[in-house]
Design a binder for this molecule. Structure first.
Ligand code: F3S
Length: 639
C-alpha cells in the first residue's frame, strides 16, 4: 500500500509506536523554534532540568512577539533569551529581523524534517514538506532536550486542489474555504495534506499562508509536497542543497477527501469573532471600516507586498481609515524597496512598522473602541487586537488594500486594478546580520525583576471537593483564558502577576473568586483552549487553584499544556450533564477512580446526583497529571 506525505515524514522522526491511526506515537524533533512570548518559560524549564546543550540538529529562537519596550520588562526578556540561547547552543534572531515563521521558511526549514515549535502556527513550515507541530513552551523545551513528543497518530485528510486562482483571489481564500467547510474544530486529530494539480501554481509563501492557518481548523498540522516550486524557493535563499522531492504515492490511502476547485473561488472574508465565520465578501460589501492591518505571519511575504502595492499605487488611503503594514522580514523589506513597492505604498499614507507580530497579538496597533478593523492576520477572536469590543474581519491582502482606499469593505475585483503577476526572484537579497553571532556564552544569566521562577505544584490529592467557578461556552480561546495585548504580554513571565488577569475578558472577578474559594473547577463546552499555544493559559488557572476542567472537548495543544502543568482534563459523556451543571455547584471527584479506558462518576453534592465523565488523555499523561505536572514527573523519574 502506498504512503501519504504525512506517513513518509513521520517515518523519519518516529521513535516510539507504530503509524496506526489513533495510536500513541513518539516523534523526535530534528528542529525546534521558539519566540519571545513563550520561550522565557521554555528556558526556565530547561534550566530547572539541568539541560546545558540542546540536542537537535537546529534550534532557533526568534524575538518578534513582544517588541514594545515601554519599560524594562520586554528588554529584560530579550537579554535573558540572548544569553540563554548562546549558553545552550540555540541560534537567536535579533529583534526586528522578522516574524518567526517567515524567517524560518527563509533560512532553516528543510523538506523531510520534523519541526516542533513553541507557537501554534509552527504548522506554516508544512509549506516546505516538513512535519511541523505547534506545542507549548514546556514541550518545546523537552524537544530541545532530545525528548520525544507524544501525539495521537492523526487521520489524514487529502485536500485536493484543482484549477487556478483567479485575479484578486489569492491563497488566503483557499484556507478560508477550508475553514468555511470544516469550522474551527473540524480537523481536530487530523492532518490536512494538500495534493492535486492546483498545488503546482502556488509558491512556497502562498502554501505557508494555507499551512499556517490550517491550525485554525484544529488540525495537528498541514503538509504540502516538496516539488520544483520548493526547490526554487530554497534556491532563491541559497539553500538548494536542502531540497529533496517528497510526494504522496499514487496509491496512498487517505481517511477523508476534500476537493477544492481554485477557479471557482471568490474573495472571502471572515466575520468578527472567529476565523471560520467565512462568507463571500459581497455579503458585507459597503460596511464602514476604521482600520486596516496589513501583515502578520500569514500575509506579508514579498508576493503579498507586491500585490498590495499593485492595488494602492497612485492612490490615497481613505481619510477616515488608519492603515498599517507590518512586513514579515528584512529580506522582504529590501526586495520590496528594490522593486519600488515600498515607495508606492508609503506614498498612499500607509503607516509602516518594523517586521514583527505587532498588532496581530495586540502588541500595538489596537483599533479604537468598537473599531471595525480588516486584518490579514490568522485570528480574530474578540479582544485579541487589544480592544475588548473590537470588530475584526479577516481577509487576504487584496480585500484589505481595496478597502483601505474606499473606507468600506470592498470586493477588490470592482476596482480597476492592473493585472498582477509574480515571479519568485532567482536569488533573494541577503540583508545580513539577522542573527546574533553563534558563539558560546559562559557569563552570568541576567533575569531581571519581571522573570519569576516557574511555580511549583503539588501532586494530585485523593479527592477534590470544589465549587464550579465558571461555566464557559464552546470554543473558549487561550486569549480569553490568558489575555493578549500590550498591557499583558510583558508580564507573561511573571505568573503571579498575569494570573490576576485570568479570564478577564469573560469574568473580571474570576481571580478574586478563585482566591477566596481556594480554587475550584471549570466547566466548558467544545474545543476548550483553541487558538494560541500559550501555556500560561494552563498555568494560571492552576496557579489560582483550579484543579479540573470538565469540558465537552479540548483543543489538542491546550490539552497537552494542561497535562504538562498538572491540570486535570475531564470530558462530559452527555450533553445534558453540561446543561445541568451550574456555577456554585459543589462537585466531589474521587481521583483514584480516574481511569483512561472507562468512565467514572463525579458527585454533584449541591444537587445530590452523580454523572459520568471520562478523561481524554493517555495512561502516561494521567500519570503526569497525578504527579502534579511534567516537571514533578521528570524529577521523580530521575531520582
Ligand atoms: Fe505572530 Fe500573529 Fe503570527 S502573533 S506568529 S503574526 S499569528
Amino acid at each position: 500500500m502506498g504512503k501519504t506525505i504525512t506517513e513518509k515524514l513521520l517515518a523519519e522522526s518516529l521513535v516510539e509506536g507504530e503509524l496506526i491511526r489513533g495510536s500513541r506515537i513518539g516523534i523526535k524533533a530534528h528542529q525546534t523554534l521558539g519566540h519571545d512570548l513563550n520561550a522565557v518559560m521554555t528556558f526556565l524549564a530547561l534550566e530547572s532540568l539541568g539541560i546545558d546543550q540542546v540536542k537537535t540538529e537546529v534550534s532557533v529562537q526568534y524575538i518578534d512577539h513582544n517588541m514594545l519596550q515601554a519599560d524594562y520588562k520586554n528588554a529584560d526578556d530579550h537579554r535573558f533569551l540572548r544569553e540563554m540561547t548562546a549558553k545552550l547552543g540555540v541560534i537567536c534572531a535579533r529583534p526586528g529581523s522578522g516574524i518567526c515563521h517567515q524567517l524560518h521558511l527563509e533560512h532553516f526549514g528543510i523538506p523531510g524534517k520534523t519541526l516542533i515549535g513553541g507557537d501554534s502556527h509552527t504548522t506554516a513550515q508544512g509549506a516546505l514538506a516538513m512535519f511541523s507541530v505547534g506545542v507549548g513552551g514546556f514541550d518545546a523545551a523537552m524537544a530541545m532536550a532530545g525528548e520525544p513528543l507524544y501525539i495521537t497518530m492523526p487521520k489524514i485528510v487529502n485536500v485536493r486542489l484543482t484549477g487556478q486562482l483567479q485575479p484578486q483571489v489569492s491563497a488566503k481564500n483557499i484556507i478560508f474555504e477550508v475553514l468555511r467547510r470544516l469550522s474551527v474544530r473540524g480537523a481536530v486529530g487530523k492532518v490536512l495534506e494538500y495534493t492535486g494539480p492546483g498545488v503546482d501554481s502556488l509558491t512556497v509563501a502562498e502554501r505557508s499562508t494555507i499551512a499556517n492557518m490550517g491550525t485554525e481548523t484544529g488540525a495537528t498540522t498541514s503538509v504540502f509536497p516538496s516539488d520544483q516550486e520548493t526547490r526554487k524557493w530554497l534556491r532563491a535563499y541559497g539553500r538548494e542543497q536542502d531540497w529533496q522531492e517528497i510526494s504522496a504515492d499514487a496509491d496512498a490511502v487517505y481517511d477523508e477527501q476534500l476537493e477544492i476547485d481554485l477557479t471557482s473561488l471568490v474573495p472571502l472574508i471572515a466575520l468578527p469573532g472567529s476565523p471560520d465565520n467565512v462568507v463571500p465578501v459581497t455579503e458585507v460589501e459597503g460596511t464602514k471600516i476604521d482600520q486596516v492591518m496589513l501583515g502578520s505571519c500569514t500575509n506579508t511575504a514579498l508576493n503579498d507586498i507586491l500585490s498590495i502595492a499593485n492595488i494602492l499605487k497612485g492612490k490615497e488611503i481613505c481619510g477616515s481609515v488608519d492603515v498599517g503594514l507590518y512586513p514579515s522580514t528584512r529580506t522582504v523589506i529590501r526586495e520590496s524597496i528594490k522593486r519600488g513597492a515600498y515607495d508606492d505604498i508609503l506614498a498612499t499614507g500607509v503607516r509602516f512598522f518594523e517586521p514583527s507580530c505587532g498588532g496581530c497579538n495586540g502588541c500595538g496597533y489596537a483599533p479604537q473602541s468598537k473599531g471595525v478593523s480588516i486584518r490579514t492576520t490568522p485570528r480574530n477572536f474578540h479582544g485579541r487586537s487589544g480592544t475588548k469590543d473590537d470588530q475584526v474581519y479577516l481577509s487576504g491582502p487584496e480585500i484589505a488594500a481595496a478597502s483601505a482606499i474606499t473606507g468600506v469593505i470592498t470586493d477588490p475585483r470592482r476596482l480597476n486594478v492592473p493585472e498582477f503577476t509574480y515571479e519568485l526572484p532567482e536569488k533573494f537579497i541577503e540583508p545580513g546580520n539577522l542573527f546574533y553571532p553563534n558563539e558560546k556564552y559562559a557569563g552570568p544569566i541576567h533575569y531581571g525583576p519581571n522573570i519569576n521562577p516557574i511555580p511549583t505544584f503539588s501532586e494530585m490529592p485523593e479527592q477534590f471537593t470544589q465549587k464550579v467557578l465558571l461555566k464557559l461556552p464552546d470554543n473558549v480561546t487561550t486569549d480569553q483564558i490568558c489575555p493578549a495585548g500590550a498591557l499583558y504580554l510583558p508580564i507573561r513571565s511573571n505568573i503571579p502577576k498575569i494570573a490576576q488577569h485570568s479570564f478577564m475578558l469573560v469574568d473580571p472577578e474570576f481571580p478574586q473568586r478563585s482566591k477566596k474559594e481556594q480554587g475550584g473547577i471549570l466547566i466548558a463546552g467544545e474545543n476548550y483552549g483553541q487558538g494560541s499555544s500559550r501555556e500560561q493559559a494552563a498555568i494560571i488557572p492552576r496557579y489560582l487553584g483550579i484543579s479540573t476542567v470538565i469540558a465537552k472537548g479540548f483543543a489538542r495543544l491546550h490539552l497537552a499544556n494542561m497535562v504538562n502543568w498538572g491540570l486535570l482534563p475531564l470530558q462530559f459523556l452527555k450533553e445534558e450533564d453540561y446543561q445541568t451543571l451550574e456555577p456554585e455547584d459543589v462537585l466531589n471527584i474521587q481521583t483514584e477512580d480516574i481511569q483512561v479506558d472507562a468512565p467514572f462518576k463525579i458527585l454533584n453534592q449541591t444537587k445530590g446526583y452523580s454523572f459520568l465523565v471520562n478523561t481524554p488523555i493517555s495512561k502516561e499523561e494521567l500519570a503526569v497529571v497525578r504527579c502534579g505536572g511534567r516537571i514533578n514527573e521528570l524529577k521523580q523519574r530521575i531520582t
